[in-house]
Design a protein around this ligand. Sequence first.
Ligand SMILES: Nc1ncnc2c1ncn2[C@@H]1O[C@H](COP(=O)(O)OP(=O)(O)OP(=O)(O)O)[C@@H](O)[C@H]1O
Ligand SMILES: [Mg+2]
Length: 254
Amino acid sequence: MTDHPLVQMRGITKRFGGVTALQDVNLEAYAGEVLAIVGDNGAGKSTLIKILTGVYQPSEGEIFLDGQPLEMASHSDAIAQGIDAVYQTLALADHLTPAANMFLGTELTRKVAGIEFLDNRRMKSEAARVLDERLGVRLRSMDVTTDSLSGGQRQAVAIARAVYHEDLRVLVMDEPTAALGPQETARTLKLIKALREQGLAVILISHSLDDVFEVADRVHVQRRGRRVGVVETANSTVQEVLGLIVGAPANDAA
Ligand SMILES: Nc1ncnc2c1ncn2[C@@H]1O[C@H](COP(=O)(O)OP(=O)(O)OP(=O)(O)O)[C@@H](O)[C@H]1O
Ligand SMILES: [Mg+2]
């Protein structure tokens, strides 16, 4: 972990009409760490990361990358800065192979006698290489359609696409294990750790404090639109974080 945050949100407020979804929220994420964001339903977790990924613009507040202010008018502006998000409901084409999904719109080609052909063999080997080397994921076969993959494998394909095409520095995952069984969850947590080892800042939104304490370095706790605490998993407990989430007074001996 470096001593300056890679990405920093300062004084973020977001209003939707009369609803204040976020009130004066700060967030810091460092290169080479996993930062979890936890909080009850409606605490503002998704809104916060949609602002970080350029999907929403804040009503007030600023975002800095490497200490430089970021102006983001759209999600593609965030991608251009190396900030992206992967959702469980991924934009994958079900009837295409993992490799075709990874190279959708950016197909690799080769020329034979001056004529351009799709280089399917290289796309397949590149896709397999990125999945294996960057994410530690090996699919049983690359010659399958994406709808036959498990939820965790589909997620890996979507992350591999971002890792391959973008100079990815900050990856946000909103509830990546919510629909996964125990084995797939373990694989996804392993993949998150691999990305951390490669120096990314991984921001993980999760309702599972087991997952959070397994994989995260620090935990940002949201409650009713505000950040109510940041703890290090090494120096905290599930009980302490739960207390922050529900707003219980600390050490209340009632
Ligand atoms: N597009 C929107 N228009 C109006 N209100 C919104 C919009 N998006 C979010 N909100 C409100 O902002 C608040 C925070 O919502 P948000 O989705 O960020 O919560 P969350 O922490 O992600 O919750 P969950 O755990 O249920 O996913 C809620 O009160 C929600 O109703
Ligand atoms: Mg949410």
